[in-house]
Design a protein around this ligand. Structure first.
Ligand SMILES: [Zn+2]
Length: 445
């Protein structure tokens, strides 16, 4: 059977599911086990890292290797643990040999395998991407763990023949947990299930949110496309992302910032204020937060609001990005460069609010999914240039436009511009490659 990565199409789905109390307990156990194993590895890994660095430092400082002087009791203990875990990792011995409780029949062995894989990934990120060294996972009120679907002994993988499988359109069988009732299965996946289209389930995440909702995320792979390609429209569009609106298109259409989102945001700020007040009060009275009923109640209110805002934003961005990709063959946007944007705090706040980065990611994968084009361009001069004659404001003695200039008139060709609309046209033309030719022609003339 092919590897998942060599399958042609990939698709992610997220389903709500409703576990029984017993299943909830098992989910908690597996989350705990995955976290435990991850933290064991992190503990050993960090120790090795620090001892290596310390011995380097010691050698430099004293000229004698770190291990040559007699070790303190603490160092002996640390070294013992270090050696044991190092041995464990080196021999690829099962961590379950050391910790018997990980062999409990409720524990999914793949959850443990994923913990180790996540640990390796964390070091890879350190070495290759310049992240910090791996840190311990704290205990949280939202849980999650990953498992995988295996389909040994089958010739071809389907949605209903692996170790994670659909029983019908309303139920999924999960390793260890057994059958769970699900909701929100998309019709495209329903059709695949009922029509028996070869589809591989690969990684599966099992999650509980802070307000006790349970979700399954599945990565699917197949050689048969998940979506119908959208018809070509012979239309191309540029979009300018700005603060006055969410975006303005090169056709002059404006999409306002979602107001509902602001409203929820205000309620969130209020709810968080109440939460911290209750936290302070519990602390003052010497009560643990765990037992502080009012605090716990408010924590749920805050978690729910967070979740609501996240969903509202996702909905808004999904509808907008799908419409753009469906109605145009090529969408051009500016690159977001955080370094430039984050200079101004007030500005950066609304940028993260507006979710532009998520939006561009959606455009990118939807273009890919539906066989359309998505281009990002360097935003330099897109605001300052008159799309009609190519004059660039702020050059040759023309006064640079400021954020306040919502409308302006080109001093050369006298065309009247709406600032963001003009920018969107420039963005489109830059994406089409017209701009550089046009400007060059101007120069030659
Ligand atoms: Zn002009």
């Amino acid at each position: 059977m092919k590897r998942t990565s060599s399958l042609k199409y990939h698709f992610g789905i997220k389903l709500r599911f409703y576990p029984s109390d017993k299943q909830k307990e098992m989910i908690k156990q597996n989350y705990g086990a995955q976290r435990f194993v991850y933290n064991q590895y992190v503990g050993a890994g960090r120790l090795i890292y620090h001892v290596k660095n310390a011995s380097k430092v010691a050698q430099v400082n004293s000229g004698i290797p770190f291990m040559m002087r007699p070790m303190t009791k603490y160092e002996v203990d640390q070294a013992q643990t270090l050696l044991e875990t190092q041995e464990l990792i080196a021999k690829h011995r099962n961590i379950r040999d050391k910790y018997e409780f990980l062999r409990a029949k409720e524990i999914d062995s793949l959850a443990i395998a994923n913990a180790i894989q996540n640990y390796r990934k964390a070091w890879k990120n350190y070495h290759q991407l310049g992240y910090g060294i791996p840190t311990f996972h704290k205990k949280r009120s939202d849980w999650s763990y990953q498992t995988n679907c295996t389909c040994q002994g089958t010739k071809e993988a389907y949605l209903d023949n692996g170790s994670v499988r659909f029983i019908d359109t309303k139920h999924v069988k999960l390793p260890k947990l057994g059958n769970v009732r699900i909701a929100g299965l998309r019709s495209v996946i329903k059709d695949r299930l009922l029509n028996h289209v070869a589809t591989r389930i690969s990684t599966v995440s099992i999650k509980k949110t802070a307000d006790d909702q349970f979700y399954l995320s599945m990565q699917l792979g197949s050689d048969i496309a998940f979506t119908k390609k959208y018809a070509k429209t012979q239309s191309q569009i540029g979009i300018d992302l700005n603060l006055a609106n969410f975006l303005t298109t090169s056709n002059g259409a404006m999409v306002a910032n979602p107001r509902f989102y602001r409203k929820s945001q205000r309620r969130l700020v209020q709810a968080q204020r109440v939460l911290s007040r209750r936290q302070r009060r519990a602390k003052k009275e010497g009560r643990s937060l765990h037992g502080a009923k009012n605090y716990q109640k408010q924590r749920l209110v805050v978690a729910k609001l967070h979740d609501k805002i996240r969903r509202q934003r996702q909905d808004f961005l999904h509808v907008l990005s799908t419409a753009l990709i469906k109605n145009h063959d090529i969408v051009v946007a500016e690159e977001l460069r955080s370094k430039n944007l984050l200079k101004n705090h007030a500005l950066s706040q609304s940028i993260s609010d507006a979710g532009w980065r998520t939006f561009l990611t959606m455009l990118e994968y939807k273009a890919d999914l539906y066989d359309k084009g998505f281009i990002t361009i360097d935003p330099k001069f897109t605001t300052q240039r008159c799309h009609h004659c190519g004059t660039i404001m702020g050059q040759n003695g023309y006064k640079k436009l400021t954020l306040k200039d919502r409308e302006w008139t080109c001093p050369v060709c006298h065309k009247e511009h709406i600032r963001d609309w003009n920018a969107a046209i420039n963005i489109l033309e830059k994406g089409q490659g017209i701009w550089s030719n046009h400007t060059r022609m101007k120069k030659a003339a």
